[in-house]
Design a protein around this ligand. Structure first.
Ligand code: GLU
Ligand code: ZN
Length: 286
């Protein structure tokens, strides 16, 4: 069964890039006789707003999309996230991190030659808080920033893979293989929980896709590199790896990526201007 999802965060209006992603996922599901789900990624409660969620449903309906109710909302999944964090903590692959953004910037500003500085989450964490051996005997700290100790999670010679039916930013497609060594050097110790959040994106997305039985993840190319950390987490947690389909990003005339605050390109703005759903699809070359 082909089952995919569109997973917006209700922190602003949906723009053209979201419309492209949602329609793309929906059309692929329909063509395969499968299912298209909507999931509300409202884990960051400091930024999520109910009126944005309402607007998301309204815009998606206007785009002609239909999905089963009720939708999954991350704010209802705190217990599932805590359980997975406990599991990882007991495996000894998590540690608490107290670094500020500035601490990380300073520690990373004197990199060794040839060591990459940027990963999918920005600066690769320089490991300041990583314990010599991640201790698992204490209780997991709650309301703390927790990082995945990738060196404790995998071996450099481990091989990971996933199937890409779209393409990454460099045209990567087909069977994508990568090593534990690459995860250590190019991704590093990503954050899986934050003080104010039940789980960080990487953990929540992996758990939610598994809980919803997602067979195909359709999303923008900006998340291609992050998929590697998702595959590592799936292996650690014993979850299946879906097929991934990363699509091109919708850019404005100057080639810049559309940002959420770019309200001029909000779907609602096109609707207000009297643009039809068909015209919008044509604009996106869908
Ligand atoms: N909430 C994420 C976003 O808006 C979804 C990412 C994903 O599809 O995995 O980018
Ligand atoms: Zn730290």
């Amino acid at each position: 069964m082909f089952r995919t999802r569109f997973a917006p965060s209700p922190t602003g209006p949906l723009h053209l890039g979201h419309a492209y992603s949602a329609i793309h996922a929906h059309d692929m599901a329909m063509a395969a006789g499968g299912q298209f789900l909507v999931r509300i990624e409202d884990i960051d409660t400091s930024r999520a707003r109910e009126h944005w969620e309402a607007q998301i449903y309204d815009d998606l309906s206007w785009l002609g999309l239909r999905w089963p109710e009720p939708v999954m909302r991350q704010s209802d999944r705190t217990a599932a996230y805590a359980e997975a964090l406990d599991q990882l903590w007991d495996m000894g692959v998590l540690y608490a991190c107290t670094c500020s953004r500035r601490d990380i910037l300073e520690a990373a500003s004197a990199p060794q030659e040839g060591v990459p500085v940027h990963g999918p989450d920005g600066l690769i964490y320089p490991g300041t808080c990583r314990p010599a051996r991640t201790a698992a005997q204490r209780d997991r700290p709650v309301a703390a920033t927790l990082r995945l100790d990738v060196q404790a999670s995998l071996m450099p010679d481990d091989v990971f893979s996933f199937i890409e039916t779209g393409s990454g930013p460099e045209g990567e497609t087909g069977a994508i293989r990568f090593s534990g060594r690459q995860v250590i050097s190019d991704i590093g110790d990503v954050v899986l929980a934050r003080q104010s959040m039940a789980a960080a994106y990487h953990l929540a997305v992996v758990l939610d896709d598994a809980a919803q039985g997602i067979s195909h993840v359709v999303r923008g190319q900006d998340l291609f590199e992050a998929t590697k950390i998702h595959v590592v987490l799936q292996r650690l947690l014993g979850l299946p790896t879906p097929v991934y389909h990363h699509h091109r990003l919708i850019r404005d005339e100057s080639g810049k990526r559309l940002a959420k605050r770019d309200d001029a390109r909000a779907i609602s703005a096109f609707r207000k201007d009297g643009v039809s759903m068909q015209e919008l699809r044509e604009k996106l070359a869908l």
